[in-house]
Every structure is written in structure tokens, then in C-alpha cells.
Design a protein around this ligand. Structure first.
Ligand code: URP
Ligand code: ZN
Ligand code: ZN
Length: 470
């Protein structure tokens, strides 16, 4: 098999940094050695990459994406092809996307249609979670089939979006009991949907139609209450629980409390909640704020949620940062809600920027280098049954590797990004650090700011159970 050697870099793992050279044999990492250790065989390598002065880290794993998600009468604007190429540019080498079952649909059909969308179209490896939008006997049985036979071991339920994806508490409890029997993970969109729908209707009746009312009708209490309720239901069912896209300090406190008591409860946040806010983004004049409509919503910076999220990431009260990549163009998509904020498709696209945006946490002293890798690469792999194939630089693991230049810089914006979006939530932002080279299973797929991989090389990842459970 073809050998590749990466020399002179600082290898970053979730436990620290070490100067080491890295030998790759075909798809896999063969060995790590002290600097110079492989010099004698360098001549036999097909490729020697000089990483002097650079960080060498495991490829990023984004466990929350929505390519082509049907939502609000339209579809998320990235295909598996465009979205995975964009991810690769940003140093992400695996995604886990959400296959969809809506009320009345068959779970297996939903999963099959997601395979159809992704198969042969991905530039990087990909797995699926399954959205269960209609808990009944058939979907509970399907949860077992998917976990035991299909490599899909995590199931997203919604306490929000009545009439679309929503499950009531009884349905949630039944799905959690099934997950507990299987050892599968329940992922929860924790917002009180029925109560939010009342607030939305009342706001619209008062003529409050601007994008900022999206956040004002989804107050912190609606996330806090649903998070607490989900934790209580999971406790009764003895099921593992992972709360997705957390934005409110009070909801994170509920997760932290459950974790301190020893529960298998985990929390995820996303870059938009760490950087963007109600005041500065969602409340922009005119319709500009529509770009920032997502759920859970952006919160008030003045209320201090962002500081709490960073702190929770440091203390492991929050375990993972994903993007919840769910892009919609302003034209024809976000514009569906020009006269009514509740018709704006929910979602922000940032699959390309997660690694860079989190690296800013290292630059500003919010995170250590090791914690950066842990929350963006290693924990996502362990949380969703991909470790040690993914998420770590170790002999035998897939050679998914990012060479990151800490002295480089990255300009974020619609002119330079590769996502299929006509705007960027981070337009004009200039960040420290730069993804220089990306290898996916041993092959260089990004270098010199170009994609050198192949659409279709990305393979489906059959996942095991979460590796955080006893
Ligand atoms: O606004 C969001 N988060 N859109 C994607 C769907 C979801 O709830 O994750
Ligand atoms: Zn959600
Ligand atoms: Zn989502």
C-alpha cells in the first residue's frame, strides 16, 4: 500500500500535544514516532508532508448536519456533495446526518431515502442518526432493527414543531424505554413546542412579524423546562440522553445537575450559540435577521449565555460542539417568511467553519488545545460509536488527519466559502488559524485551498453504541 509520512508537526490529541512524525499506510495510521524516527524509510513513501510549525490533529467529526432536510416547504440547500466538500475544506472528515421519518411515514423508508441521497455523493465518510417523527409500535420496532442491523444507533425526538416532528411525553417515554433496552442514544430537541406555538400565534396577532420575534417567542424557560422534562423522562426510562443544540444557560445547568448526579445525560452546543446573539444578529434591521433564525434560537448576549456555554465546554458539562448545519439561502428560502417570522425556515449553515471557530476558543483562552480536539473530534466519535476508527490519531485508526496552521488566518464569507448558501452567518469575520491540508482515509483531499478528493469516496459509517455508557 502507498505510504505517506507527515513530519515535524505537533500532534494534538484529547490528552495533550506531542512532537511526532506520523506514518500512514493506505487508509490507516500505521505508527507515530519521535521526530525523525521514520527518516530511513522516507524515500519509500509516496508522499512526505512537512508539518513543521503546524498542528496535526484527527479529522473533525460533525455529528449534527442536515443535508437536503425538508423544512418549512423547502429543502436545506446543501446536497451531500456540496455539504461534504465544504466540510472537508473546514477540516471535518466525518459527518453524522439525520435521516427523517415524519408522522405517518415508515422509518425504514426514511432511512432508505437518506442512503439514496448520500450514496456515491459524499467526499468524506458519513453516518446517520434517525429522526423518529411518529412514535408508534412500528417505529419502536424499527429502532431495534436500525440499532442491531443498520449501524444507526441514535434517534432524535422533538419536543418542538407540533404537527411535523413533535412527540408527546408518552411517546417520548416509550421511545426512551426502547432505547434503554437497546443501549441506543436518544437525542432530544428540547423546547416546549405547544407552548411556543401559543406565543407565536399571540405575537403574530399583535403584528410582530420581524425575525427577532423568533427568539422572543422561544424564551429560555421553554428550553429549560423541556430539557428538565426530557431528563426526568430519561431517568424514568433509564435511557441515555443527548440534548442537541443547547443555547440557554439554564438548560445547560439542568444537564450539569443530571451529570453531577451520575446520569447518562450529555449536552451539545453549536458555534452560533457561542458567537452570535439576538441583539447583534437576529435583531438586525429589515429582514437581515432571517439569516439567523434557527432553533433553539440565538439568545441575548446581555444575559450571559455565551460565557456559560464556554465554561460548560471547559468543565465537560457540555460534551460536544456540532454545527446543526441546516443551510437555507435568503433568496426564495428564508424569504418565505418575509411577512411572518414563523415561516422562515429554521437553520444556519456552518459545516465549513466549526474547526476554525472553535480554534478561536483556544486563541482567546476559553479552551486548551487538547479540549479543542476533544469536543470537536474525539468525544463526537466516542459518543456515537465511531471510536477508535475515528476521532483519534493512533495506529489502526483511519488516517483522517488535519494539518492546521496556527499562524495562518481565515477569512469567512460568501465569496470564499464552499457551502451552497447565498450568505454567511459569519460574513467578514477574520479568524486566526487555517486548515492547511486534510487527509481522509490516507488520501489528501484538501491542499493549497483546493479540493483534491473525489465525490463518492466517502463511505457509510455503520456505528456501534455510544462508548460513554457503562
Ligand atoms: O434550526 C434548526 N436547528 N434547524 C434544523 C432542525 C433542527 O431542529 O435541528
Ligand atoms: Zn433540533
Ligand atoms: Zn438539527
Amino acid at each position: 500500500m502507498a505510504l505517506t509520512l507527515i513530519t515535524g508537526g505537533e500532534v494534538i490529541s484529547s490528552s495533550g500535544a506531542q512532537s511526532a512524525d506520523l506514518l500512514i499506510d493506505g487508509d490507516l495510521i500505521a505508527a507515530l514516532g519521535a521526530p525523525g524516527y521514520f527518516d530511513a524509510i522516507a524515500g519509500t513513501c509516496e508522499r512526505v508532508i512537512d508539518a513543521k510549525g503546524k498542528y496535526v490533529l484527527p479529522g473533525g467529526i460533525d455529528v449534527h448536519t442536515h443535508m437536503e432536510l425538508p423544512f418549512g416547504g423547502t429543502f436545506a440547500s446543501d446536497t451531500f456533495e456540496s455539504g461534504t466538500i465544504a466540510a472537508a475544506f473546514g477540516g471535518t472528515t466525518s459527518i453524522i446526518d439525520f435521516a427523517v421519518q415524519r408522522t405517518g411515514e415508515d422509518v425504514h423508508d426514511g432511512l432508505a431515502s437518506w442512503h439514496e441521497k448520500a450514496d456515491g455523493n459524499c467526499a468524506i465518510d458519513y453516518g446517520f442518526h434517525q429522526i423518529i417523527g411518529g412514535v408508534d409500535d412500528a417505529s419502536l420496532k424499527a429502532m431495534a432493527d436500525l440499532t442491531l442491523h443498520e449501524g444507526v444507533s441514535s434517534f432524535k425526538l422533538f419536543m418542538a414543531y407540533p404537527g411535523i416532528f413533535y412527540s408527546d411525553d408518552g411517546q417520548i417515554l416509550r421511545a426512551m424505554q426502547t432505547a434503554a433496552d437497546l443501549g441506543a442514544m436518544i437525542m432530544m430537541h428540547a423546547e416546549n413546542g405547544p407552548a411556543i406555538d401559543v406565543l407565536v400565534a399571540q405575537a403574530l396577532a399583535r403584528g410582530e412579524t420581524d425575525p427577532r420575534f423568533h427568539s422572543l417567542t422561544r424564551p429560555v424557560e421553554m428550553e429549560e423546562e423541556a430539557t428538565h422534562r426530557a431528563i426526568m423522562l430519561a431517568k424514568v426510562a433509564k435511557a441515555p440522553l443527548y440534548i442537541v443544540h443547547m443555547s440557554a444557560r439554564e438548560a445547560v445547568e439542568a444537564v450539569a445537575h443530571a451529570r453531577h448526579l451520575g446520569a447518562n445525560v450529555f449536552g451539545e452546543t453549536c458555534p452560533q450559540y457561542l458567537y452570535l446573539s439576538l441583539e447583534e444578529h437576529l435583531a438586525r434591521p429589515g429582514f437581515e435577521g432571517a439569516a439567523y433564525v434557527c432553533s433553539t434560537p440565538l439568545r441575548s448576549r446581555a444575559e450571559g449565555h455565551q460565557d456559560s456555554l464556554w465554561r460548560a465546554l471547559r468543565t465537560n458539562e457540555l460534551s460536544v460542539v456540532s454545527t446543526d448545519h441546516c443551510p437555507f439561502c435568503m433568496k426564495d428560502q428564508k424569504e418565505l417568511g418575509l411577512a411572518n417570522f414563523s415561516k422562515i425556515p429554521n437553520g444556519i449553515g456552518s459545516v465549513e467553519h466549526r474547526m476554525d471557530l472553535l480554534y478561536q476558543g483556544v486563541v482567546t483562552g476559553e479552551l486548551s488545545l487538547a479540549r479543542w480536539v476533544e469536543i470537536a473530534c474525539t468525544t463526537p466519535a466516542r459518543m456515537f460509536g465511531l471510536y477508535p476508527k475515528k476521532g483519534v490519531i493512533a495506529p489502526g485508526s483511519d488516517a483522517d488527519v488535519v494539518i492546521y496552521d496556527p499562524r495562518g488566518t481565515t477569512d469567512i464569507g460568501v465569496k470564499s466559502h464552499h457551502m451552497n448558501m447565498d450568505h454567511s452567518a459569519y460574513e467578514g469575520i477574520h479568524v486566526d488559524g487555517r486548515v492547511e491540508t486534510v487527509l481522509a482515509r490516507g488520501r489528501v483531499i484538501i491542499e493549497n485551498n483546493s479540493f483534491t478528493g473525489a465525490t463518492g469516496r466517502g463511505a457509510f459509517l455503520r456505528r456501534g453504541l455510544s462508548q460513554y455508557l457503562l
